[in-house]
Ligand binder design. Structure first.
Ligand SMILES: Cc1cc2nc3c(=O)[nH]c(=O)nc-3n(C[C@H](O)[C@H](O)[C@H](O)COP(=O)(O)OP(=O)(O)OC[C@H]3O[C@@H](n4cnc5c(N)ncnc54)[C@H](O)[C@@H]3O)c2cc1C
Length: 408
């Protein structure tokens, strides 16, 4: 186990500086425009691709850093730039991780390149799990995948919602039920290749924040995919289903909610995004408080303002520490015995919402306008307490872990 450290390696420090420069020079100047347009910022993604920031390799290298701090450091810097644009850059990663976690070597080699495209023609991918009646309650998923043995094809039917990049993706990763009686244990993930008939985009959502990131429904009507598109392959699925059926027969042994448990490992990354947005708003508020004068002195000279800034900074630093602890634990193979991943996401996302609201207050009327970025940061930060498990679900996971009862 590597020792816990708060020192980034020399290479990580260089990457952080470089990403910070990208945020300052490319992301920040584009943020307001793409927020207003509510469209995917393709030119910015392309710029990221040219520099090597838009590729699985870049994230994979940092994912395997022994100190575990690479991914949180990347997320914090990109989301410091702008949350909507940063999500457009890292959103494909959610689908890519689904393939890497469940797919065979061949599937990884075939599909990951098609998810990202290349710098001359960038592509995006979507991970489609949530449904209109299955958000927090993943177990009530209705999308079905039925095997057509004669043709060695899977037939998918259902409606997915809230999919980041849904409908505009080159590759969709779709989670569907192959055996509804088994709940989440009967779920499997499928690749839907580019231009597959039957997959269409439903409603595109007009959102409160992260408006540069595309979010839409994905409708699946008799979508046929080859057997090779089942992630992990049929033999592995059949074995897994047989084990789950056996357990169910033995008296309904309660099994962990797989989705809740899986997300536990990815939650610190969302916490790091929240830290990035909170830090961005805090920095704007600090600068403003030092320069804005009322009653003949900078407003930071008032204890009411200075103490708010002190609390904001303290909470952001505490949030980062929880994120780094969970990331280090995951990297060094330690089990989350107190749902440390959920703790980090819960705390950081709530801090981000609070700190960005305080930033608006410190900027007064200016904070409430689109002339300054803090109102956008506040709108953006609301997503962190919702996606990848709401704050209530994080509390539920933490509480049940502490109580020693299954997470369901
Ligand atoms: C912008 C955006 C992007 C997204 N991207 C993706 C994506 O790429 N892929 C994907 O699959 N999904 C995605 N999601 C979906 C997201 O993960 C869900 O919105 C989230 O899981 C919550 O589900 P829900 O919206 O159905 O809310 P619900 O589950 O209906 O929850 C509503 C409220 O009830 C509370 N609640 C529910 N159950 C409990 C309980 N047991 N105890 C206490 N409170 C409870 C919740 O905390 C919440 O406050 C995205 C969502 C958004 C908004």
């Amino acid at each position: 186990m590597s020792e816990f450290t708060m020192d980034l390696s020399e290479e990580q420090k260089e990457i952080r500086e470089w990403l910070h420069g990208f945020s300052v020079d490319v992301i920040r100047p584009a943020a307001a425009e793409w927020d207003e347009r509510e469209e995917t910022p393709w030119p910015v993604i392309q710029e990221a691709a040219k520099l090597g920031i838009y590729s699985l390799d870049f994230y994979a290298q940092q994912y395997f850093a022994p100190n575990g701090l690479g991914i949180p450091m990347i997320m914090e810097e990109l989301f410091w730039g702008d949350a909507g644009i940063a999500l457009s850059i890292v959103g494909t990663g959610l689908a890519a991780v689904g393939v890497v976690a469940n797919g065979t070597e061949e599937q990884i080699g075939t599909w990951i390149p098609q998810m990202y495209g290349d710098a001359s023609e960038v592509k995006v991918a979507a991970f489609c799990s949530s449904e209109p009646d299955a958000g927090s309650d993943v177990g009530s998923m209705r999308t079905r995948a039925v095997y057509d043995e004669a043709k060695d094809e899977w037939v998918l039917n259902g409606t997915k919602t809230w999919a980041t990049n849904g409908g505009i993706a080159n590759v969709h990763v779709v989670v569907a039920s192959v055996d509804p009686e088994l709940g989440t244990k009967g779920h499997a993930s499928f690749i839907v290749p580019p231009r597959t008939p039957g997959l269409s985009q439903g409603q595109k959502f007009q959102k409160h924040g992260i408006r540069a990131s595309h979010t839409a429904e994905v409708v699946l009507e008799d979508v046929r995919v080859p057997g090779s598109c089942l992630l992990g392959g049929k033999d592995k699925l059949d074995e897994r289903l047989a084990r789950a059926r056996e357990k169910a027969k033995k008296g309904g042994e309660r099994v962990k909610n797989a989705a809740m448990a899986t997300f536990e490992a990815s939650r610190p990354a969302v916490g790091a995004m929240a830290v990035g947005t909170a830090r961005a708003a805090y920095e704007v508020a600090l600068d403003y408080a030092k320069t804005r004068e009322q009653f003949g002195r900078p407003i930071i000279d008032n204890q009411g303002i200075a103490f708010q800034l002190a609390d904001m900074r303290t909470q952001i630093d505490a949030a980062r520490l929880l994120v780094w602890r969970a990331s280090w634990m995951a990297a060094s193979g330690q089990a989350f015995t107190a749902a440390e991943g959920s703790q980090s996401k819960l705390f950081a996302s709530e801090v981000s919402k609070k700190v960005t609201a305080q930033a608006i207050q410190i900027l007064g009327g200016n904070g409430y306008t689109r002339e300054y970025p803090v109102e956008r940061m506040h709108r953006d930060s609301a997503i962190y307490t919702i996606f990848e498990g709401t704050s209530e679900i994080q509390r539920l996971v933490i509480a049940r872990t502490l109580a020693g009862v299954p997470i369901r």
